[in-house]
Design a protein around this ligand. Sequence first.
Ligand code: NDP
Length: 398
Amino acid sequence: MARQFLTLLGATGTIGCNTLEVVALHPDRYHLFALTAHRNIEKLAQQCQRFAPRFAVVEHAADAERLHRLLTAGGAPPETEILHGPEALSRVASAPEVSIVMAAIVGAAGLAPTLAAAQAGKRILLANKEALVMSGALLMDAVRTSGAILLPVDSEHNAVFQSLPHHHAQGLKAVGVSRITLTASGGPFLHRALSDLMRVTPDEACKHPNWVMGRKISVDSATMMNKGLELIEACWLFGARPDQVDIVIHPESIVHSMVAYVDGSVIAQLGCPDMRTPIAHALAFPERISSGVAALDLATIGALHFQALDPQRFPAVSLAYRAIRTGGTAPAILNAANEVAVAAFLERQMRFDQIPGLIAKVLDTLSPESGDTLATVLDADARSRAIAAALIQQQAFS
Ligand code: NDP
């Protein structure tokens, strides 16, 4: 088969690095068109030396110069052209040569290039759930209009996608689906005394029992806002109503999610908790390629456990149900307040147990609007961030 050109947004993150590991197994199938990064210029330089992408993109001109120095240190002219700035991200995500875009920038910063890829009709491998949470209507509309293909990389949504029939775009009811169940590990604090949550440190919150992930999503997993964002993501990806999606705690992270059908059948996807599996699936779909992931050995694992979600322990999930039911810009407001709260917790400006209360307060303060233009979404995002930051400064959390 002809080699496909891939733009990897967020190459230096955990999803980015896992993607490069899968790509390295299939040099005959994939060629790197662009790699992008934000702060980790050394890692980007190493990736450029190894994969020789046509472009590397960073945010600031000074970082572009630093990358150039690193790439020319050996005396040879770099094979990679270096670009900088937000427009450059959208440019490499929508360039005509590119067929696949991995959207793996964390947070709202990934929205513009993901939207540009959707408008340009690319095959988008979506890890950056925040983009879909913020602008579900816009992104799905752009995908439909351009004929882009949106494939979920989030392990739960990738599992749901694999458990649905190919013609599920006709609607869940039409294909006999009754429920979608997202599994959740419960994160590092599933069994921690509730009274102890006020003392947890950023490093404890980032130590996930099953997955190695970036710090923002690790904190989201500890609060379970990650599952809340995934609920919203599932509604957009699969045309589900919020009441058709439920969440069950499954501490082993082996069953990645399930789809229940009207005849009583439940189809699930299982695998070792390793993001290279959903990445390889989305890269090659509908074909299958090796991912480098170890085979699942259920006999060694022995037992799989499931339990109901405790809303008192994980109030962030109810906030996400509230936001998606409210609709319009409410999910964008939720997402922005969460990003600000997580950053403040990581910088020790607020406690872990104060995160949901802060988000609830921002949701109470701002009136959502219809989120059908990028301007209204970005405005809601900015206003939510400003209110969250002011509340943190006043230490007014709940
Ligand atoms: P990381 O924090 O490990 O990586 C984030 C990437 O985004 C890095 O390449 C980082 O660059 C880049 N980045 C950060 N801020 C900006 C910015 N302002 N502009 C441009 N680029 C930026 O995150 P993960 O890889 O863990 O997660 C990425 C996305 O995938 C998130 O949306 C997450 O929710 C989702 N996801 C992750 C999973 C996982 O297992 N990790 C599972 C499912 C979904 P740099 O490092 O150079 O600063």
